[in-house]
Design a protein around this ligand. Structure first.
Ligand SMILES: *[C@@H]1O[C@H](CO)[C@@H](O)[C@H](O)[C@H]1NC(C)=O
Ligand SMILES: *[C@@H]1O[C@H](CO)[C@@H](O)[C@H](O)[C@H]1NC(C)=O
Ligand SMILES: *[C@@H]1O[C@H](CO)[C@@H](O)[C@H](O)[C@H]1NC(C)=O
Ligand SMILES: *[C@@H]1O[C@H](CO)[C@@H](O)[C@H](O)[C@H]1NC(C)=O
Ligand SMILES: [Fe+2]
Length: 469
């Protein structure tokens, strides 16, 4: 139920075409391929002297400020920033709205070299023992140019706690990326934290992986991520693996710049981990780390899934970069080997939603699984499965590589909705049974919803919530 408003801002002709396309889709038992046609334009990176890349004024001013959840339950925050003139202070000064009492936390500094580039002083500092549901102010750059920011901690973890996540993937730093971020910021549904589905800066699309583009990206998104946590997923553009220029350590820039609380969930590497936030248990996986049987990621996930307590966190959401169900002619079947390894577990544990990126478009599946095949029995087609997650591909942030406009035909019946547009989504969890999900294309004004669904929780309310027959 619940698909509506798919073309509210489009002219009547487009609406008619859409209606026809929908009829055809129904006849062939497939989903809907939106007929919304995005104007064909090149996606180009914003130039280095763009307003969004400006270095904050002042001696040794902290720049690239960003925060993420710092523990398993949302009572800690990792604050990160970069200074360039000198190391400066490692400390963060912070205080809550209802207390004048300023607390101080000490962080540490990392630097890295990459080919001919040497990074600034990258600071990471964890603020712990925060109160739930409280506004905090924090200051970085103590002793030199000090800058102040603020954030809200989430409510205590619990089964009926409403919470609103933004969902953004494959953002990059083009003019379109800036539109996506602006659109997200202006969304009246007011995301409280972002699930970022991998592929951050696309610095590796520049000669020798020009690391300056990691710095510009972090300055660009500071206006959001300094004030609300973004939950990080590693994508292929985080690998920066370039042996031809002597860079043989995968994820070097990413791991120096972005810290995640992986140890808090018993993980041994920052590429796979989990957090609990409000009524959601979020599992982050890495498409670019080993996941075969007996590997650390495999072992961790096998132990992690039974730990999820749906009485405490009804919503089980998985984030990974390379989609398992994708009907675009880009990265087709790249996620297949991971699907083969983990899909039976997702069905067994009734995962609600899986978000992926990588493909630069938007697609939402019905609840389907493809786990019956055993090499012998020929049962190798996806089937409707009410214990299975909905798979959403949201690699449509608008990066320099452009839109994925070549779709496979006919649309497979498991694909409920797909469109070659840039945008973002909001997952608005209402309580243990209901979550309202909406996808917003950049080309539309803010109130317009390109795709919407009421998701019913698989544990508490496993009623059919499919949107196509
Ligand atoms: C910058 O701050 C650091 C740490 O507080 C301090 O040691 C240093 O003297 C300051 N530099 C200047 C030029 O004020
Ligand atoms: C990016 O978007 C912001 C907010 O809409 C705007 O102020 C800024 O001028 C934009 N910058 C570029 C380079 O498009
Ligand atoms: C699951 O969470 C509920 C609610 O917080 C709690 O009462 C219960 O003991 C937990 N179950 C386990 C197995 O930890
Ligand atoms: C959960 O939220 C939905 C949607 O807002 C609402 O219809 C339903 O009554 C809520 N359930 C409870 C138990 O409050
Ligand atoms: Fe990717």
């Amino acid at each position: 139920m619940g698909v509506k408003g798919s073309s509210s801002s489009s002219p009547p002709v487009v609406y008619l075409v859409l209606a026809l396309a929908f009829n055809v889709a129904v006849l062939c038992n497939g989903g809907k391929t939106s007929s919304f046609v995005r104007k064909a334009e090149k996606t180009v990176d914003m130039p280095l002297d763009s307003d969004v890349f400006q270095v904050p004024p002042g001696y040794n001013a902290p720049q690239q400020v960003h925060i993420t959840q710092g523990d398993h339950v949302g009572k800690a925050v990792i604050v990160s920033w970069v200074t360039v003139d000198e190391p400066g202070s490692n400390a963060v000064l912070y205080w809550s709205d209802n207390s004048k009492n300023k607390r101080r936390a000490e962080g540490h500094i990392k630097r890295y070299s990459y080919y001919t580039y040497k990074s600034g002083y990258i600071h990471h500092c964890t603020l712990r023992r925060l109160e739930y549901n409280t506004k905090y102010y924090y200051e970085v750059g103590l002793g030199n140019t000090t800058r102040q920011f603020s954030f809200m901690t989430p409510p205590a973890v619990g089964p009926d706690v409403p919470y609103t996540f933004g969902v953004i993937g494959d953002l990059g730093q083009t003019f379109d990326s800036n539109k996506t971020l602006t659109h997200y910021e202006n969304n009246q549904l007011k995301g409280q934290a972002v699930l970022f589905i991998g592929d951050l800066s696309y610095a590796d699309d520049y000669p020798n992986h020009d690391q300056v583009r990691w710095d510009t990206w972090a300055r660009f998104v500071e206006r959001s991520v300094a004030y609300q946590p973004w939950i990080w997923v590693a994508g292929n553009h985080e690998l920066d693996y370039a042996p031809s220029i002597g860079e043989k350590i995968p994820f070097k820039p990413y791991t120096h710049r972005y810290h995640v609380p992986y140890k808090a969930s018993g993980s041994t590497a920052p590429f796979w981990y989990s957090i609990k936030r409000a009524s959601a248990h979020i599992i982050v996986l890495s498409s670019y780390s080993a996941y075969g049987k007996y590997t650390p990621q495999y072992n961790w996930l096998e132990e992690e899934l039974p730990r999820v307590n749906r009485s405490e966190t009804p919503w089980l959401i998985v984030l990974l970069h390379s989609p398992w169900y994708n009907s675009f002619n880009y990265h087709y079947m790249e996620g297949e080997s991971m699907r083969v390894m983990f899909e039976p577990w997702f069905v067994q544990h009734k995962v609600d939603i899986v978000f992926a990126g990588h493909v630069h478009g938007y697609e939402r599946s019905e609840r389907i699984s493809n786990i019956a095949y055993n090499i012998d029995n020929r049962n190798c087609t996806p089937v409707r499965d009410q214990s299975a997650p909905v798979y959403i591909t949201i690699g449509d942030g608008g990066n320099i590589e452009g839109i994925a406009s070549n779709l496979r035909e006919p649309q497979p019946s498991y694909s409920a909705f797909r469109e070659a547009s840039f945008g973002h989504a909001i997952l608005d969890i209402k309580n243990r049974t209901h979550a309202y999900y909406s996808w917003h294309r950049n080309d539309d004004g803010n109130p317009v919803e390109g795709d919407t669904v009421w998701f019913f929780n698989r544990y508490w309310h496993p009623v059919d919530d499919s949107t196509t027959k």
